[in-house]
Design a protein around this ligand. Structure first.
Ligand code: ATP
Ligand code: MG
Length: 383
């Protein structure tokens, strides 16, 4: 705890108090796979200038701080927001990849994958060690790679559109301790140098040209079934801004209504409102590729189909499940991951044997509340 207190400029008793109040939590399960880590903590909430998800580890007498990934603000009316927020700055339009946020850092001799909340994830760490060229850390030991881990074999967001397996898409390079970000050009140059896959950058524009091109990209991504864009001042001095496609709003709504009794109402409301604002702006700017009627139909289908698919699944199987297929090189890491997830979520696991040198694990989230609701309603219960 002493190293945490020092890293956060606190007294030791103050750090202990944070721990008792669960603002500071243990960030890893001790295991030979995490051999470099002597001890590690995370911040569950923003604390002083330290973001939520900040990670602090002790390794071989050295303290490592990895700052939490900063929040990205969302715009619902892109053209006006761009004018007000970015004015004449050069802005990069990047693809927003729909996976989960991972910060990759080298601690001691190995690289570790830290989730948004600040845990070292065994699964993501093993995938990252297999896929990320760690030469980068030899030349930039005080930096982290901020990546979106996306694909079908994901414990959090399963999307086949990116790839069947889990891949890492670099979107920021930052100084671990200060969160200072490299400029967009520099990031792309480094990614190229070390062969690290990036979240696509469609171009750099400013002013009206930026607005026009951003919408052109949004329309293209919408057609391709992708999530949206993140706008970044090329120097990475201003806050980034995110904006999502109608496709994403609808697929989120499908998901929300599929699990209508388990998911927060706020999740549903925000997506519906986003769609309304997008419709307003697209019409105003004459961008309407979709007619109003088509939009109504699409969003309505997402909502109704979500509920219907769940009813059918419950009638057929008696339950509602969300399944993820995960692969592990090492059996020990697989067992460690099971322990790790059991601490964080209510999930079930099923070992599915070996497949080209990997152990396959099926992770299942049982969505009990929606399933019970459906059973009750279809047999005549009251809402
Ligand atoms: P926030 O990060 O804004 O607090 P959130 O956790 O709900 O919100 P999202 O709405 O998914 O997350 O949007 C932000 C996240 O998008 C980032 O944390 C990052 O994981 C992800 N992301 C995907 N592609 C990019 C990209 N090109 N640039 C920045 N972030 C990206
Ligand atoms: Mg996301």
């Amino acid at each position: 705890m002493k190293f945490v207190a020092e890293a956060l400029s606190l007294s030791e008793p103050a750090a202990r108090r944070l721990y008792r109040r669960s603002i500071l939590k243990t960030a890893f399960l001790p295991h030979p796979f995490f051999s470099d880590i002597d001890d590690a903590y995370l911040l569950e909430k923003k604390f002083g200038r330290y973001e939520e998800g900040t990670f602090i580890a002790l390794s071989g007498g050295k303290t490592y701080v990895v700052r939490g990934f900063p929040k990205i603000k969302r715009t619902l009316v892109l053209s006006e927001c761009v004018r007000r927020h970015f004015r004449d700055t050069d802005v990069a339009v990047e693809e927003k990849i729909n996976g989960y946020n991972v910060r990759i850092a080298r601690i001691g001799e190995n690289i570790y994958a830290i989730t948004r909340r600040g845990y070292i994830c065994p699964y993501t760490t093993e995938r990252a060690r297999e896929q990320i060229n760690d030469e980068f850390f030899k030349d930039h030991p005080d930096c982290i790679l901020c990546c979106e881990a996306a694909g079908l074999e994901s414990p959090h967001v399963q999307k086949e559109i990116y790839s069947k397996r889990l891949d890492f898409y670099l979107f920021d390079i930052r100084k671990a301790k200060t969160n200072e970000a490299f400029g967009v050009e520099e990031k792309l140059r480094i990614a190229e140098e070390y062969g690290i896959k990036v979240a696509p950058v469609f171009g750099v524009w400013s002013g009206d040209e930026l607005v026009e091109n951003a919408f052109r990209v949004v329309e293209k991504l919408d057609k391709e079934g992708r999530e949206g864009i993140v706008l970044k001042d090329v120097e990475m001095k201003k806050n980034a801004v995110k904006y999502t496609t109608s496709y994403c709003n609808c697929s989120d709504l499908y998901y929300a209504f599929r699990y209508f009794n388990d998911l927060g109402r706020d999740f549903m409301v925000t997506r519906a409102v986003r769609e309304g604002f997008q419709s307003y702006e697209f019409e105003r700017l004459n961008l309407q590729e979709l007619s109003r009627e088509e939009r109504y139909a699409r969003i309505g289908k997402a909502v109704v189909e979500g509920v219907l698919d769940s009813i059918e699944e419950v009638l057929e199987t008696g339950k509602l499940r969300e399944r993820a297929k995960l692969r592990f090189r090492s059996e020990e890491v697989m067992e460690l991951f099971v322990q790790h997830m059991r601490k964080l979520a209510s999930v079930r696991f099923e070992y599915a044997g070996e497949e080209d040198g990997y152990h396959i694990l099926i992770m299942e989230k049982v969505v009990a509340s929606t399933a019970d609701r459906i059973k009750n309603l279809v047999s005549g219960g009251f809402w």
